[in-house]
Design a protein around this ligand. Structure first.
Ligand SMILES: Cc1cc2nc3c(=O)[nH]c(=O)nc-3n(C[C@H](O)[C@H](O)[C@H](O)COP(=O)(O)OP(=O)(O)OC[C@H]3O[C@@H](n4cnc5c(N)ncnc54)[C@H](O)[C@@H]3O)c2cc1C
Ligand code: SF4
Length: 469
């Protein structure tokens, strides 16, 4: 039973963001932590509702036992709270950093929802600090060999569950470091890379093998009793304009990957926004990460173009609680731009109409064009609204359209119209001993959904292996 009057006595308080002028000097974690006393009182705000919407399909995709561990945390029983959390959440340190916290918006306290994400981060970090998180090596091995292709959150979640079931798991990853978009994609200030590396070391100690710099090959995969494909949804949406190959035009993930590689190697990134006029196409979270990275690298200016109209500040009819609110959010990168450049970098109902290059095929400017919504709901250019804007770094963060062609071809996979490798019956089973999970199956989504989907695929694969015995 939660503290009945907790939410009446204590206001919602999130982990504070470091001040802009401080955090812009480095790529370190954006957030500071609350003192333990405040963390306990934040947990005491949970009412242990009869119908906990936080745990429902509107809330946490992992169906975390949120009221139970909030209650234990409030009472100072951190170890027991962490044990309840780990029953459903294999990597609370990832979701504790990057989850948009669907559960908090679905919470019965609505806009003042309990700070579940910060609470879970506190629990897992306390667990690591006090030595409660130790390798769990299965006492018995089944003799079954499982390959997991892709080491993003879906692959790691599937590998973790199947390893705990006693199967021998090899994760095959083509990048030089594991973690998928959590390593090369999400910037360090949002998810510090040592946190990903710490979990990988733990998984290795539990018996999971990581085969890096390795592209999955169907002949190699035939040697395994089951294969879980978690290759992500990594084909970026192009602007389909001439000069997309110009120097200075890059996809967001390529740019963010360079930034992380530079940081990890301690050298200047191969591709930097330093001293450049940077335009980011795409007003979403990936675009925001580009804005924040470009500011840290010392861009001369940063503008973020969004083709859709500016969202409302409050929920609109048709988007009621407990659904995720489709309202205006000003994220950390945009707050930083406001602080440094004096204005919100976002320009709505605008896109790039053309790219201008110099004689060396280097981008020099772009033509922006304003858009308006047609009665049919399409966004169309407004004639005469074109404007030439200086630009020597154009970053495309316009979303993802599914699995990469090369992976589909090499592994003989079929994608649906949205680029997903999604079995027709909605399961994870692709036929034979192969399964798909994560963004590969659902389309570009969230870390927490990829973790939930990786676990669901692993359950199906485990049942398949048991039946095949
Ligand atoms: C810039 C950016 C920021 C984001 N920020 C957030 C956030 O703050 N919060 C959030 O919840 N979500 C965020 N997301 C979304 C989230 O990162 C993804 O939904 C999640 O990582 C998907 O996990 P996954 O395991 O399915 O795929 P991925 O993380 O894409 O991992 C797939 C892995 O498979 C490997 N691979 C692919 N093909 C092969 C092959 N043929 N052989 C071997 N290996 C292969 C890839 O190298 C990669 O490592 C962000 C995404 C981006 C791009
Ligand atoms: S809905 Fe909110 S208050 Fe209710 S149990 Fe979940 S987190 Fe606690």
């Amino acid at each position: 039973m939660g503290k009945a009057t907790g939410f009446l006595e204590t206001e919602r308080m999130e982990n504070p963001l470091r001040a802009e002028d401080d955090r812009l000097k480095d790529f370190n974690d954006l957030h500071a932590s609350l003192p333990v006393r405040d963390r306990h009182s934040q947990a005491s705000r949970c009412m242990d509702c009869g119908v906990p919407f936080c745990q429902s399909d509107f809330g946490c995709p992992l169906h975390n036992l949120i009221p139970e561990w909030n209650d234990l945390l409030w009472q100072g029983q951190e170890k027991e709270a962490l044990a309840r959390l780990l029953l459903t959440a294999p990597f609370p340190e990832f979701t504790g950093h990057v989850c948009p916290a669907l559960c908090e918006k679905a919470c019965n306290l609505a806009d003042e929802g309990v700070t579940n994400r910060d609470n879970e981060l506190y629990l897992i970090e306390t667990g690591f600090a006090r030595g409660w998180v130790v390798p769990r090596v299965p006492s018995r091995r089944t003799g079954k060999q499982v390959a997991v292709v892709g080491s993003g959150p879906a692959g790691l979640a599937a590998a973790d569950l199947l390893n705990q079931r006693g199967h021998t798991v090899t994760v095959i990853e083509r990048a030089d470091l594991p973690g998928g978009l959590m390593m090369y994609g999400i910037p360090n200030m949002k998810l510090p890379k040592e946190i990903v590396e710490r979990r990988i070391r733990l998984m290795e100690a539990e018996g999971i093998s990581f085969l890096l710099n390795t592209e999955a090959d169907p002949d190699q995969l035939r040697a395994f009793d089951a294969v879980i494909l978690c290759c992500g949804s990594r084909r970026p949406r192009s602007l389909n304009l001439p000069h997309m190959d110009a120097e200075g035009v890059h996809y967001a993930v390529d740019y963010l990957t360079c930034a992380t590689r530079g940081l990890l190697s301690g050298s200047a990134p191969v591709l930097s926004a330093s001293g450049r006029h940077c335009i980011v196409v795409g007003g979403g979270d990936t675009g925001n990460d580009c804005v924040a990275t470009a500011l840290r690298q010392g861009a001369s200016s940063v503008t973020q173009l969004e083709m859709m109209p500016k969202p409302c500040t409050a929920r609109v009819p048709g988007n009621p609680w407990p659904e995720w609110p489709r309202t205006l959010r000003t994220d950390y990168g945009q707050l930083e731009a406001i602080s440094v450049l004096g204005s919100d970098p976002r320009v709505y109902e605008t896109t790039v109409g053309s790219i201008q290059v110099d004689e060396h095929n280097r981008i020099r400017s772009v033509e922006t064009v304003r858009l308006k919504r047609t009665p049919e709901g399409r966004m169309e250019p407004i004639p005469g609204s074109e404007r030439i804007v200086p630009c020597d770094l154009l970053l495309i963060a316009a979303g993802f359209i599914g699995c990469e062609e090369q992976t589909l071809r090499t592994l003989s996979l079929e994608a649906d119209a949205r680029g997903r490798v999604l079995p027709a019956d909605g399961s994870h089973a692709l036929g034979g001993s192969w399964f798909s999970a994560g963004d590969l199956r659902t389309g570009q989504s969230l870390v927490v959904r990829a973790v939930a989907d990786g676990r669901a695929a692993a359950h199906e694969a485990d049942a398949f292996l048991a039946a095949a015995h």
